[in-house]
Design a protein. Structure first.
Length: 385
């Protein structure tokens, strides 16, 4: 049934395959996520979203171990039944405080948060305005919502304002990634904020998956732009990326969170996250709230990588975040470049359509990388020119 379509993907160089990690010879490495062992090749990993290197931190593993002494491994039920623990509630309080928000709600993943919350908040008769490059989970949330959808040009607040003017009725929802996961650029959150503030019945929904722990000293996109949360702003953040754990949260007004508790299907109809995972997320967010060293190291590594790749003559789509999308040619050339890097023990995968319109290498920098790792990347990029 699918063989012809799979063959077409192979012919176009677009077949996706999974490369799972093997165990690393850990004694040789600082962080098991900064170095990976795939297909029996040990590589420096520039393909993770573990921006602060927390996923391998004993801070998280110890917290999870401690939780398992008091709670069972599995949650056993959804939050609305018996799946939550005091750790879930504490994590929500901590996430709300971290985002300076009134309230927060934990979701099982960022994908589930976006799909559930957008569909629950934007209802029949409402209008969603979505950036054309928003993450697939936002796109799917919009598809599930009964609201009308309008797509605005990427990061174009003027186009957004023009579309908003055309819509005379219904609540309005402006939805955007704060950091775009494949281009690494930052949404003009300041302009979106000003626009939404000037309107009535308008919610600004920020997917801060790649901003949390990274931008604004770690607090995220609002802090990056010097903005404070408002009752009409909803912030989604993930524990799965810079926080090194798993799951997500939505922070907003108490009213919004109460509405989500009553209507977000991904919360209501799915088993809660296990207490060990919640404890690790709690340890991560507590750590970065008081210790900026991970964030500082991330940006030091980012600066070195940007300088090195630029000096080698390559174009980075956006240099403002740890997601460095480097264009090296068409699909075949990008795959070949990634392969050459691989042979030099650098893992930086090619990202191709349909995930993106134009192929690129996606190089992500982490605080877990040592100076030697970053120099090895720059050396390899120079060798492959
Ligand atoms: N939003 C954005 C912008 C993302 O890049 C991702 C993950 O890739 C998600 C949401 C989904 O988050 P999670 O991996 O926790 O499901």
């Amino acid at each position: 049934m699918f063989s012809d379509d799979l063959k077409r993907l192979i012919d176009q160089g677009l077949l996706r395959t999974i490369s799972d990690r093997e165990r690393t010879a850990q004694e040789k490495f600082i962080s098991p996520l900064a170095h990976v062992n795939i297909n029996r090749t040990e590589c420096i990993n520039f393909a993770s979203n573990d921006y602060l290197g927390l996923s391998a931190s004993p801070i998280l593993t110890k917290a999870a171990e401690e939780a398992l002494k008091s709670f069972p491994f599995g949650a056993g039920a959804s939050r609305l039944l018996s799946g939550g623990t005091m750790l879930h509630a504490l994590l929500e309080e901590t996430a709300a405080r971290f985002k300076c928000s009134e309230s927060a709600l934990v979701f099982n993943s960022g994908y589930q948060a976006n799909v559930s919350c957008i569909a629950a908040l934007a209802r029949d008769g409402d209008v969603i305005f979505s950036d054309e490059l928003n993450h697939a989970s936002i796109v799917d949330g919009c598809r599930l919502s009964k609201a009308k959808k309008r797509i605005y040009r990427h990061c174009d607040a003027d186009h957004l304002a023009a579309l908003i003017k055309e819509e005379k009725s219904g609540n309005k929802f402006v939805v955007t990634d704060t950091v775009f996961s494949m281009d690494g650029d930052i949404a003009p959150v300041n302009n979106l904020y000003t626009l939404c503030k000037s309107l009535s019945n308008t919610i600004l929904y920020l997917d801060d998956a790649h901003g949390t722990g990274v931008l604004g000293g770690g607090r995220g996109a609002l802090a990056h732009f010097g903005l404070r949360p408002e009752p009409w702003i909803v912030q989604m953040g993930t524990f799965s990326k810079a926080l090194g754990s798993f799951g997500a949260f939505v922070a907003g007004s108490r009213e919004v969170i109460n509405w989500l508790i009553n209507t977000a299907r991904g919360l209501i109809y799915s088993t809660a996250l296990p207490p060990g995972v919640i404890a690790a997320s709690l340890a991560a967010i507590t750590t970065i709230a008081k210790d900026s060293s991970f964030n500082v190291k991330l940006w030091q590594n980012h600066k070195k990588a940007v300088e090195g790749i630029s000096e080698a003559g390559f174009k980075i789509i956006c240099k403002e975040t740890p997601i460095l999308a480097v264009t090296v040619g068409d699909i075949a050339e990008t795959l070949a470049f990634s392969d050459k890097l691989w042979q030099r023990h650098i893992y930086a995968p090619a990202i191709r359509p349909p995930t993106v319109k134009t192929p690129r290498l996606r190089i992500t920098v982490s605080a877990a990388h040592s100076d030697e790792d970053i120099y090895a990347l720059i050396q390899a990029v120079n060798d492959c020119r």
